[in-house]
Design a protein around this ligand. Sequence first.
Ligand code: SF4
Length: 315
Amino acid sequence: MLKKFPFFLPFAGCRGQCVYCNQRAITGAVSVPSPNDVRLVLKKLAEPREICYFGGSFCRFPKETVKEYLDAVAEAAPSGSTIRFSTYPGDLSDDEMRALIKSYPVSRIELGIPSLDPAVLASCRREADPDKILDDIAVMMRDSLPVGVQMMIGLPGQSRASSLNDMEKLAAVKKNDKWDLRLYPCLVITGTELERMWRSGRYAPLSVFEAALWGGEFIDRAAELGFVPIRIGLQETESLAAEVIAGPHHPALGELILADAEARRLVRCSHDGPWRAPRRFVSRFTGHGRFGVRRLAAYAGITENEAGRRIIFED
Ligand code: SF4
């Protein structure tokens, strides 16, 4: 697998601003590099990389601009490099756009699908036609385009049941494909509509503990359905740390979610244990106040000490 080399194009192509989004705070990028800027950077790379365009709605650029960014990679990156980008779902229903994308070595198209619940989408100020999103994905799959999804939990008006239902709907379209999955628990970031909603009491963010349990259930089910979690929680950066004002912001949130998911899986496979886990998971169970051991105890209905005795780590 090629190492990723990201370019951030904050809000590029976006037609509005989703209530929770402040790409400049999340990525630390203040301006959009031009295709020529990209070209100059890529010429200095010594080895092939997976070149990523993140932070905006890539296929909402005019086609000529999309082509310029793709050409920059094709012409300047070392041979063997591939392209990954994130975009709004729906824009690849356009035949010409799909044909354009297919003529480049695109390794993954990450679709921003925070929710498929029309009420939640409307609360987030996103286009709210889930059937169209699912139809468009089916068209992409018919053309063998590599799909990935970026989903969220803790959005305004969103429940656990609604987020799990979204995943089941996507799994029905995905069939046996392996899709990359990024899961982002919703944070309140400065300068967003969500900040105003939170300050006026119209939005209550998840606590770290709530996000760990909701995320754990989500990731456990996602893994069962054949999604491949590649990222949980936003990448921690100085700019993000300075701009988050509420919500489940914790440097190890991803680990807490994975610990909860693993505890659920182990107890589902054997309610009373003993449970066997790879040695590389030791910190997942014993770190952060023995979070994983405590989740095992909770799901098995036993004491924390007993749960600690019943888990065995193996090489
Ligand atoms: S979430 Fe995506 S589509 Fe919405 S404003 Fe941010 S970058 Fe644009």
